[in-house]
Design a binder for this molecule. Structure first.
Ligand code: BG6
Ligand code: MG
Length: 220
């Protein structure tokens, strides 16, 4: 069996986490309350429905089902207004280097994202044809930290979960990778992502040497 790599999208390949934050915050503000950057960490990697549930708890609010759905649609509309302006140069520094290396070596790679907008974003940044498999919010029924999204990705890459390496910026996503018995690489702050097997502040700090070591380890 062979190594395979799975990339989260939001906060790993592109900094859409900031757009999600802006859009959720506007929703909260329109409903008459606010939430902090720290609380926002809990929204990363989490599905749209789960995110709104959390935010409403913070604001001590309950919405009818109809209003809940309307607010989700408004949030997404607002979020997409930012996404619409995205181009290839929004790919985070250091990411192309790692992607190109894996492609050159013919290592299977997948996208594993909770977002229903993943395909739209990949097209915007010209990475739609880069991945051997794309698993997104339209393919899964269980949100991270459930490992479903990564397990489907592993299956589509014909790789054993133990041989998969997952790049994640969210705690929920790191937990999902760990529960799925995969190697988890956190992208972000060590304090937040302490459960990850490795943590890097961003992709510029990931040397090709490190990726090569991960590949060799599997051969041992
Ligand atoms: C995750 C993001 O990748 O996707 C979350 O980290 C987001 O912030 C979730 O809520 C769902 O995304 P979308 O685009 O379907 O609303
Ligand atoms: Mg993410």
């Amino acid at each position: 069996n062979h190594r395979a790599f799975i990339f989260d999208l939001d906060g790993v390949i592109v900094d859409t986490a900031k757009f999600h934050f802006l859009a959720w915050r506007k929703l909260a503000n329109d409903l008459g309350f606010d939430f902090t950057q720290e609380q926002n960490e809990q929204l990363k990697g989490v599905s749209r429905v789960e995110s709104l549930n959390k935010i409403l708890t913070w604001g001590n609010m309950k919405l009818t089902e109809e209003e809940f759905n309307r607010q989700m649609a408004l949030k997404n509309e607002n979020y997409l207004s930012y996404v619409d302006k995205m181009e290839e140069d929004e790919i985070l520094p250091g990411v192309p280097k790692v992607l190109n290396f894996l492609k050159e070596k013919n290592i299977p790679i997948a996208l594993g994202s909770a977002s229903k907008n993943a395909r739209t974003i990949l097209k915007k940044i010209n990475l739609y044809n880069t991945f051997d498999a794309i698993v997104d919010g339209t393919d899964v029924s269980k949100a991270k930290p459930d490992p479903e999204v990564f397990l489907i990705a592993a299956e589509r890459l014909h790789a054993k979960p133990e041989n998969c390496v997952v790049f994640e910026d969210s705690l929920a996503g790191v937990e999902a990778a760990n529960i799925g018995k995969m190697i988890s690489i956190g992208i972000g702050e060590k304090q937040v992502l302490h459960e990850a097997d490795f943590v890097f502040p961003d992709f510029t700090k990931i040397e090709i040497d490190f990726i090569e070591k991960l590949l060799r380890k599997e051969e041992e």
